[in-house]
Ligand binder design. Structure first.
Ligand code: ZN
Length: 136
């Protein structure tokens, strides 16, 4: 793993939280992106070279809707940048970690992503993300 790529925060209302976090950081979000297959709408803030991702559920079956129902709003996941997601997942599985999705899926921000099950990571949902090569 290379570095923290972003921290994901689950929110009830992206619109309201965009205003709140703009006040907190002193600058607005730089993009909004919907990830349909995940049932989320995201916005991104940049703070000192670090990214913060806000996530709002777009449907009841969204993992974000379930998370908020169970735990309320708050930090949802920490994402780490990797060069080669498949070899990193292979390594982590050999170490005993459990993945939530076997195959990398398309996430926000032009990334291939895989989540590790929080029961194997002290309750912290870990996202691995690899930059996709084919940029639009
Ligand atoms: Zn994320």
């Amino acid at each position: 793993m290379k570095k923290i790529e972003h921290i994901g925060i689950a929110v009830k209302s992206l619109e309201e939280s965009n205003i709140l976090f703009s006040k907190l950081f002193g600058k607005p979000h730089y993009k909004v992106e919907e990830v349909e297959n995940e049932g989320v709408k995201t916005s991104f803030f940049e703070v000192g070279g670090q990214k913060i991702e806000l996530l709002e559920a777009t449907k009841e079956t969204s993992p974000i809707a379930k998370f908020i129902e169970k735990k309320g709003e708050g930090i949802h996941h920490i994402a780490f940048d990797v060069d080669d997601i498949e070899s990193e997942v292979k390594r982590l599985k050999e170490e005993g970690f459990v993945v939530l999705n076997e195959l990398p899926k398309k996430g926000a921000d032009n990334k291939l992503i895989i989540f590790l099950h929080p029961k194997t990571t002290n309750g912290v949902l870990i996202e691995l993300c690899q930059e996709m090569i084919n940029k639009k």
